[in-house]
Design a protein around this ligand. Sequence first.
Ligand code: GUN
Length: 297
Amino acid sequence: MTATRIDGKAFAAALRERVGSHALDFASKAGRKPGLAVVLVGEDPASQVYVRSKGKATVAANMESFEHLLPAETTQTDLVALVEKLNADPSVDGILVQLPLPGHLDEKAVIAAINPDKDVDGITPTNAGRLVLGMDAHISCTPLGCLLMLREIYDDLSGLDAVVVGRSILFGKPMAQLLLAENCTVTMAHSRTRNLPDLLRRADIVVAAVGVPNLIRGEWLKRGAVILDGGINRLEPAPGASKGRLVGDVAFDEAVGHVRAITPVPGGVGATTIAVLLRNTLVAAHRNAGLAVPEGI
Ligand code: GUN
């Protein structure tokens, strides 16, 4: 059996296209574009790349991008003051504070200062609580992208066995809640889990995001399972190469002959995150303007 390679780039392009066209409709009704503010503290190169890509994608989707690039020494007081200013700014519908923050800052307190209606990352205590309670919530972009991809594969997820590997606040925890809400039987595995292979052998769906290259071997996976790999790990460079290859948490070449569908790295789960962020911003804009959220977005 040859598995289907799930094309995250194509999925993201289609979603960006829909969002961009709804953003034009929004502007004609609201008299302004949906606005997304991104806050980056410090000069982490990977974060700088993400933030630049977010800004470009926001503008390409007919939205307003507000970038706040702050020095690494920014104080807690100044950062929280900026978040409060963005909370109060009617042209800002979504706020994303790029994580991780430099060590001297209290990440949890900064997150808690974000107005939950503008929390397009779904990481405030209010949105995390609303998700658990089954209420309307903003949901973290990468797990929501995974769910939207799963819905294109399965008509109904009820009763499927799902294993989520990793328990981060942006990925593993919300992913498990989303799958539970779809009536999956969900197991959460993490770095202290004993006997991961045995758990994975019965899983119809595996969602991985632990940051351990090729941790999950092909032979551990059930034939016919669907695998979403959120890991992005850079291997040591080969002799003579300047950069190592990017690989996921799942040994792709082993798994691909074995499972029903799998996302590659790169070009899988990671490729969808920004498109989902734009989707969440579009939804926030409609709610903040008192307009009906477009169907099926
Ligand atoms: N850092 C890496 N991914 C993300 C994300 O999705 N949201 C935030 N806030 N920070 C990140």
